[in-house]
Design a protein around this ligand. Sequence first.
Ligand code: ARG
Length: 471
Amino acid sequence: MSADRPVPEPEGAGGTLWHGRFEGGPTAELMAFTESLSFDQRLWPDDIAGSRAHVRGLARTGIISDLERDQVIDALDVVAGELDGGRFVFAPSDEDIHTAVERRVTELAGPAGAKLHTGRSRNDQSATDLRLWCKRELRLIAERVIALQQVLLDRADAAGQIYLPGYTHLQRAQPVLLAHHLLAHGWSLGREVERIFDALVRIDVSPLGAGALAGSSLPLDPDATAADLGFARRFENSLDAVGSRDHVAEALFVLTLIGLDLARIGEEWVLWTTDEFGFARLDDGYATGSSMLPQKKNPDIAELARGKGGRLIGDLTGFLATMKGLPLSYNRDYQEDKEPLFDAVDQVRRALGAITGMISTATFVPERMQAAADAEASSATDLAEWLVQRGMPFRDSHSIVGALVRESLRGERSLRALVLEHPALGPDAAMLVAPGVSVTRRITAGGAGPIPVAVQLERFRASVAALRARI
Ligand code: ARG
C-alpha cells in the first residue's frame, strides 16, 4: 500500500482532521513517518463496524437525530462498498484508516458526517478496531490449529502399530508408536488453542466510550455500544482502556508459541526426510527442487516453519520492548502494536496451512522407522525391568544390562546371544530383544505402547471435538 500511495506534499493546515489548532500544515516528512494507513487499512471492516455502533449509540442518547444517524449509516455502507471493491480513493491527508473513513463519510453525508466523531477519539477507536480484528483473526488461527490437530489424529489413526525410535538428546532411547509421536504434537497444539480462548477472554472488552482518555461529558453508553459490537463487556477504566496493550502482547505470545510448535515439527521433518533417516517422503506439491542440482527434493516448508520461529520471537519481544515504561494513557508508540501483530498472524496462518498440507500428504516409511527402532539396544530398559520384576534392585539390573550392551558393542556377540547365556536372564528375557517387542511393553497410562495409545487416541479425538465446539 505505501508503494502506491504518494508521499503527501505539505499542504494547508486544513488537510488533516486535527487542523483547528494549527496554523501551519503537516510536513511531508511528518506524514511519511507517522502515517499508519499503509498497514492499518486492513482494519477497515472493524472501523466501519465500530463507527456504525458509535453512531447508533449517539442517536439512542439523542446527541444526533435518527435522520442524521441514517445518513451516516448510509455513507458508511457506501464507504464499506468502496473499500471492499478496491474503489476507495485515499487522500494524501489520510493518516490512518480511521481518518480515511471519517473523511469519506463526511464527504458523502455532509453535516451529519461531521458528527460521526462526536465523543470519540482515535484512541478508543483504534483500540476498539484492533480488538475486533483480534477476535476474528485469532478464531481463524484456532480453527487452523484444530485442522492440523485433525490431520495428526487421522494419520495417527491410520498408523496402527507402526513404531519408530523415540529420542532423548536426539539419541535413540526407546521405541514408540508413530501414533504416539504424532499425538505428542497434537496435545501441544491443543494447549495453544486453549491459550487462544484464554487470551480472547481479555481481548473481548470494548474500549469504545473511553474517548481520548477520560470518558465524555456527553451521555454516551459504553455498555450499549459494547453489546452492539458483540463484545462480552465494556472497559472498567478509561485510562486503562486506551492505555494498555497487554492483550496484544498475549496474542503475540500465543502466536509465537504456535510458531515454535511448528518450528519443532519443521525440524523433525527436515530430519525425517533426509536419506540418513528416511522416515518420510514429501508429496511433490509440498516439496521444492534445486535450481542447480537436478536430483534434489527439499523440505523448504519444514525449514521455513523452523525459520519463522525466529521472526515470531522478534515480533513478540520487539513489541514488549515498545511497551516498556510507557506512561498512562495513550501514547503514539501504541501504533507500533499493529505491524508485529499482523505479521505474526499472517505468518502463523500461512505456516499452519503449509505444514498441515505437508503432513497430510506425506508418505511414511515404516520399514525405515522400524529398522531404526529395532536396534537390539533399544530393549535394554525392558531387560532391566524384566529383572526388576524378578526381584532384583533396579540399580543392579541397570548395571548388568549396561555391561551386556557394552560387551555387545565390541561386535563379537549380539546382545540377544549374551542375554541367552546370562544366568540371571536366559531364553525368556531374550525374547524381549526381538524386533517389535519393546514397544508393546509400554503399558502404563499415557505411555507409548499399543494399549495406552488406543485409549489416548479416543481421548485426543474427544479433546479435538471439544475444542472445535468452543470455536
Ligand atoms: N493510527 C493511530 C494508532 O494506530 C491512531 C491514534 C492516533 N491518536 C492520536 N492521538 N494521535 O494508534
